[in-house]
Design a protein around this ligand. Structure first.
Ligand code: AMP
Length: 293
């Protein structure tokens, strides 16, 4: 595609939908392709990888930074979730982002807000079982952001495997005119998936947190070496987690990549998924396991 639209280099922060829409409609009128990267801030290399992917194929890159209250349960970390707009803005600027959209919670959820989006079935398994209402909040804010921004392409991380599955299904079911890109999980050199919540971990918890990526690799090894009994693989994943100090697993299993149902027999493509508390921090991770020819 010809790229004759000049790329904006200066970062602008918008707090209102009106300003955001004006900028995006001007870009669209000029023939630009607009990319949206939804985030909750506390940006790290995982987020930056999505922004770089957007920068590669879009003329205008918008990053939303919004800690979305409706996706947090009553006893979760909404209040203490890390927030650092000044640092996030520097990272966005260095990554060539054009626009940060940082709305106020009272504008996103005005009084008497009553409309939610629910992707049935996919929302109630795995994370949904342990975080009731979480994906209702996620689907609602993502749909709202899509409506606010009117972007052409939106970028999500594979790190939140269930989330991207739900968002892709929502886009299909509701005919949303947006393309979804899913980018690979960015990890620390020792395997820990980057997460804004990693800052909560003490040094000892940080070491224990490696059990998550280890149990996924273990699952891949077992499946790749021809293990047919997936319940045995599940048990080994759980054993690894439970034998690690400070780690309390919520689930560790192998699922079908689209239905998210627990796989009974090995499939050409499986996803190993894990969620566990490490100390008081809840972490998730996953690994796609593909049959090698
Ligand atoms: P969050 O700020 O946690 O809502 O995440 C915003 C986006 O960044 C989501 O699409 C996440 O899946 C993605 N993301 C978070 N961590 C990573 C990671 N380690 N690698 C790739 N993408 C990530």
């Amino acid at each position: 595609m010809p790229r004759d639209v000049p790329q904006q280099t200066q970062l602008t922060v918008f707090e209102t939908v009106a300003e955001l829409r004006q900028r995006i409609s001007a870009a669209h009128t000029a023939g630009a392709r607009v990319g949206l990267v939804p985030t909750m801030g506390a940006l790290h290399e995982g987020h930056l990888s999505l922004m770089r992917a957007a920068r590669q194929e879009c003329d205008l890159v918008v990053v939303s930074i919004f800690v979305n209250p409706t996706q947090f349960g009553p006893n979760e970390d909404f209040q203490k979730y890390p927030r650092n707009l000044a640092q996030d803005a520097r990272l966005c600027e260095d990554t060539g982002v054009d626009v940060i959209f940082h709305p106020d919670v009272t504008d996103v959820y005005p009084v008497e807000f009553r409309t939610y989006t629910e992707v049935e079935g996919l929302s109630t398994v795995l994370e949904g079982r342990f975080r009731p209402g979480h994906f209702r909040g996620v689907a609602t804010i993502v749909l709202k952001l899509f409506n606010m921004a009117g972007a052409d392409i939106a970028y999500f991380g594979q790190k939140d495997y269930q989330q991207q599955t739900i968002i892709r299904r929502m886009c299909r079911d509701l005919d949303l005119p947006i393309e979804i890109r899913v980018c690979p999980t960015v990890r620390e050199p020792d395997g820990l998936a980057l997460s804004s919540r990693n800052v909560y971990l003490s040094a000892e918890e940080r070491r224990s947190a490696l059990a998550l990526s280890r149990c996924l690799k273990l699952a891949r090894e077992r499946v790749s070496s021809g293990e047919q009994d997936l319940s045995r693989v599940r048990q080994e994943m759980l054993n690894l987690l439970m034998s690690t100090p400070l780690v309390k697993p919520d689930y560790a299993t192998l699922i079908h990549p689209d239905t998210l149902e627990e796989a009974v027999v090995p499939l050409p493509r499986l996803v190993a998924v894990v969620a566990a508390r490490v100390g008081s921090t809840r972490l998730i991770d996953n690994l796609i396991i593909e049959e090698t020819a």
